[in-house]
Design a protein around this ligand. Sequence first.
Ligand SMILES: [Fe+2]
Length: 546
Amino acid sequence: MTLTGRELAIIRRWASGLEKIGSFEVNVFCRTNTKQIKVLFQGERRLEDIEEWLNCIEWAESDAKISQSNLPLRLISGKEIGIQSSHVYLGATPLHHCYFFCSTKPDTPFEPNLFSHLASVSWQNEWNADELHRQKSQRQEFVKQVTKDFEELTWLRSVSQHIGNATFRQSIDELVSTQLPKLRQVVDAEFIGLVPIEFVSDVGTDHRFELSTSGTTTLPAKKLNEFVKRCESNSRGQTSVFNTQSSSAVFDGFPELRNCIFTRLEKNGKIYGYLLALNKEVDFFCQSPEQFLMIDPNGFQFGTFEAGLLASLGTILSSHAANSELFREQEQLVTGVVRAVINAIDAKDQYTCGHSDRVAEFSKAIAQQMGLDEEECDRIYLTGLLHDVGKIGVPDSILSKPDRLTDEEFEIIKKHPEIGFNILQHLKPLAYVLPGVLHHHEAVNGKGYPYGLVGEQIPLEGRIIAVADSYDAMTSDRPYRKGMPSEKAESILCKEAGSTWDELAVFAIMECIASGMISPLSTKQITPTSNPLTSATLIPAMALSG
Ligand SMILES: [Fe+2]
């Protein structure tokens, strides 16, 4: 049996305490399984004296006495030896194979029963004191653990809320940057970083990456890159823990590293990057040597708790990255299809070629100027592209009529917002474009169409697109007229702001024009083959929009 550090400390405190309260000397030793003697506590006697006494012991007889004894600590034999009239007694402690000699100072009377009692009480006191101390330390550990669990729960809740509120437009880099400092605290790492896959692929190039990190590492970027590759080649699963003791090959050439957690951000076979926690921080502060002895050596390494947290974050981030990618692909597909449809319409009505693209761009610029968020601006862009999709339902004979339209024909043209609405209304993912498509010819004074809505009854998208649409119609060249100078179009917009067009939208386009975000774009000259009235000039200002 091997004595623990705690037992050894109790033995030493007990022996030295016993010596202080009596006129005797205590030497403690233990017998190993191979019958070797190890001195654990040496009093004033020379080692030779102790060895001489040990030679006098009848071990077989002593062992038998110990096994018969019910007492926790007792003297099992006594013998007077030496010329100095010392009484030397052998005793056994409650610890297996741990014995002690008690000897009196020369010419000192000795009462074995009294000593036995004193030694037992003293032993019990030391044992109880240690037990109390151990319980106190355990309580402190418990409090520490509960605090850590609380921190972990708080962090997980914060991550789930943060990710839950994230949009697919946010990169994993943006998402993780606010979470890493807290995670580093919870796992006690010197450094935590998100290493994007591009960083690993582009080693040796001049391209510099801004990594999302928390804490510090002395590893330069190139070495960090090399270490990630080393971890990748040694990693068996999605998350691996490497420690110098068990995985020395991983740390070969990286003397500054002791241990790490490596998590691959992977979803559906695609790798988006890696999460890396380097060097476990250890709190060496101890209030007593006993507390030092109680330090868990596993605390010097990352364990399953820390690896689990990184793995959880890795799973969340890789899912987000994969979903964002799918979302972007879908968005690109939708935009591509919409653009194809718009091109088909523009081909049908040559005069307004490029008009939908410009209305989309102008509308987005106005929306940005009005402070709408990125997603709303993108939606307004798509609505601008589609605003005249209903023209596909207007007969070519009317769209291409070279002469002035009759009232009946004009009524047919005015149906294009509703036709557009009907075409698009079954496309659920594009439901957000419907208000703008249906209401882009409304006027804030109620004189627009199709419903004659007034002011804010008109959806914001409709009011924005009406301004963008009119500005482009006024400033674009037409086969039958030159486009107006921007100043003249601006003057018309300002004059009718609040009556035909929404004041705020007009104000926003003026700001965009002033800052250069919007500039009149003269279309290429188109050969007049169809009715100029259908494309731009219908009736006063409203009719200027397409
Ligand atoms: Fe229109």
